[in-house]
Design a protein around this ligand. Structure first.
Ligand code: SAH
Length: 357
């Protein structure tokens, strides 16, 4: 049997069923067998593909966004140019290359990466070898300079709680043992209907709602830093504007949906992100919020179409590939509509490129 599944089965046997959030944390981050601890999910034989891995144009647009936002902010020096959950280091590489057009930006930037996974950090060290970059364990290691932060497909990797409605109230969804397998289960104990956010009260039996407490906590930390010291964070992910019903807990393995309980540590697990809850948390922490807008609208506004034309002129033999990447990143039937972009900034920052006021 998969060793992490055996470990979780032993845990459940000794302490009883565990919450969905705890299950996800173990499946992704168990120090020995967790998915992100061992695997490169984005490599050639990986499980999923992210925007920066599709084309250099994605990171270049993000790099230009940050250069412009830094200019508009009065060129603070020094500042943190940071990324959380940097994957293979591709996005930061592309952003730094685009930022070369403003050597002053690069000279003032303290490039900082926050990454939990030793396997991915090793890949980032290779990808970014030669760049002036440091790895930090968290935001607390960043001091009092303005923070310019990218987070692409990071918040969806953070554990969330699920609640299921019965005739009696809301039950925290658990993971229990049945035979040699793991199954979802509901405890007897429940919370009253008023436990759910007001728009979800009176929900029919069987309804599920999710609470991304860790994503919200991360947003509070980011927004608090930005409110105190200035800067801007770009958060890009798939999600919705809640509160809403629905089970978005999903597993992806080898580019296909999988059963999230079947092979912990072998498949990526994610939740859709609730942008409304994140925006509220950011505002409560004193920051200003732009968006969310669709990734397609954001990239078009920043000029990805022109960039694609330039690249095609310089590499005519790659024209089809460049067009396909452009469509994948910004097409409405592709990532362009599913993915959303939200910016969190200090209220003193003027308008932001690519985002409506
Ligand atoms: N941003 C990258 C990778 C997305 S995958 C890209 O777009 O290609 C999610 C990333 O978040 C991985 O690098 C993973 O190791 C990292 N991650 C997950 N949980 C984390 C945590 N709690 N702290 C820091 N990084 C985390």
């Amino acid at each position: 049997m998969n060793p992490l599944k055996a470990k979780i089965l032993r845990l459940v046997e000794s302490v009883g069923p565990i919450g969905v959030a705890e299950y996800m944390r173990i499946a992704l981050m168990d120090p020995e067998h967790g998915y992100y601890m061992r695997k490169d999910p984005l490599g050639a034989s990986g499980d999923f593909v992210t925007a920066p891995e599709i084309s250099q144009m994605f990171g270049e647009m993000m790099g230009l966004f940050f250069v412009q936002a830094w200019e508009d902010r009065g060129r603070p020096k020094p500042f943190y140019f940071a990324e959380i959950g940097p994957g293979r280091g591709t996005l930061m590489t592309d952003m730094l290359r685009a930022a070369k057009l403003r050597p002053e930006f690069l000279a003032a930037a303290e490039v900082s990466l926050i990454e939990e996974s030793p396997a991915l950090r090793a890949i980032q060290e290779k990808t970014l070898s030669g760049a002036r970059v440091r790895w930090v364990s968290g935001f607390e290691e960043l001091g009092g300079a303005p923070l310019f932060l990218a987070a692409n497909e990071f918040l969806d990797a953070l554990p969330a709680h699920q609640f299921v409605k019965s005739s009696r109230g809301w039950h925290a969804r658990m993971v229990a043992k049945r035979g040699d397998g793991l199954v979802f289960a509901l405890p007897e104990a429940c919370e009253p209907d008023s436990f759910a956010p007001p728009p979800l009260r009176g929900a029919p039996e069987g309804s599920i709602w999710e609470s991304g407490t860790e994503a919200i906590a991360a947003m509070r930390t980011i927004a608090g830093k930005i409110a105190d010291h200035g800067g801007v964070a770009l958060v890009i992910d798939y999600g919705y504007s809640g509160p809403a019903f629905g089970d978005t807990f999903q597993a992806v393995k080898a580019h296909r949906y999988a059963d999230p309980l079947a092979e912990p540590g072998e498949a990526d697990l994610t939740f859709h992100v609730d942008f409304a809850a994140l925006a509220e948390a950011a505002r409560e922490s004193g920051a200003y919020v732009y968006g969310p807008v669709t990734q397609g609208a954001f990239l078009s506004e920043l000029g990805i179409g022109l960039r694609a034309e330039r690249l095609k002129r310089a590499n005519p033999e790659r024209a089809n590939e460049i067009d396909a990447a452009l469509h994948r990143l910004s097409g409405k039937d592709q990532m362009g509509a599913l993915f959303k972009v939200m910016a969190i900034c200090n209220p003193s920052l003027p308008t932001l490129p690519g985002l409506p006021c």
